[in-house]
Write a protein that binds this ligand. Structure first.
Ligand code: HEC
Length: 227
């Protein structure tokens, strides 16, 4: 009796195993089917390439640049002098933020070309307040950021086109502010005559902390230039 039981159990184990094997081989789905593998050789085509060349004029998703002025700043090959969108306080705020991040190391927060890198020896850029650049069309600023200028490299990969326009708008605001007279202040508003306070005015420069070093800083002190 016991032997008979053992045989039955062994047989059913084999049956279950076989069933499992069968179901496993059934999971073919679409794993194997005729297809071309990218960049493999394929004798079907004259050029023997499985990857077909894209058609002339193909535009990748998200790269349709219909608004030519928005991406070039040029009208018939010449720098345009209009903004491709309305300049609002939000646009200026964004332009100021981007300008302070990307341009001030050389051009300074005022745009006078006295940024920290310049103070350390880099070529001095022209001031945005010189006559030529005050009169330059906004498209010129967009173009300089897009393609670079002389020893200044381009910012097209770091700063997208919309932000480049916003920076150009902020440079216009800087130019206005630096050339402003009391007559430009709207009626009823007052402007403080006080020199703005900078962080550097209120805190000792790094490394000159008497409490930690116990000695006065030696050597000539360089002006921090908080103009
Ligand atoms: C690493 C330093 C550096 C940074 C950062 C920099 N610039 Fe410049 N920029 C220069 C120098 C140097 C020149 C002068 C180049 C020359 O004449 O060879 C210049 C020139 C310019 C000019 C004048 C072009 C002309 O007609 O003379 C403009 C406008 C300008 N930069 C805008 C910008 C803006 C906007 C940014 C930020 C997106 C920026 N720059 C970031 C160094 C810099």
């Amino acid at each position: 009796m016991a032997t008979h039981n053992r045989i039955t159990r062994a047989l059913s184990a084999i049956a279950i195993g076989a069933a499992l094997l069968l179901t496993a081989s059934c999971r073919e789905d679409m794993h194997n089917q005729p297809k071309f593998k990218p960049l493999r050789i394929n004798p079907f085509y004259a050029d023997e390439r499985a990857s077909r060349p894209v058609l002339v004029g193909t535009v990748a998703r998200g790269q349709l640049r219909e608004d030519q002025y928005f991406y070039t700043g040029k009208i018939n090959g010449k720098d345009g002098d209009v903004f491709p969108f309305a300049i609002t306080p939000e646009v200026l705020a964004r332009g100021q933020e981007r300008f302070n991040i990307y341009c001030t190391p050389c051009h300074s927060r005022l745009g006078d070309g006295n940024g920290m890198i310049v103070q350390r020896g880099f070529k001095r850029p022209p001031s945005f307040h010189e006559d030529r650049l005050v009169k330059a069309p906004v498209g010129h600023f967009f173009d300089v950021m897009t393609h670079g200028w002389g020893s200044m490299s381009d910012y097209s990969s770091q700063v997208p086109a919309a932000d480049r326009w916003k920076i150009a708008a902020y440079i216009r605001a800087l130019q206005l502010a630096q050339a402003a007279t009391p007559a430009d202040v709207p009626a009823g508003m007052t402007v403080s005559n006080q020199k703005p306070q900078f962080h550097a005015d209120t805190e000792p420069p790094m490394g000159s902390d008497k409490a930690t070093h116990g000695e006065a800083p030696s050597g000539p002190q360089t002006e921090m230039n908080p103009r």
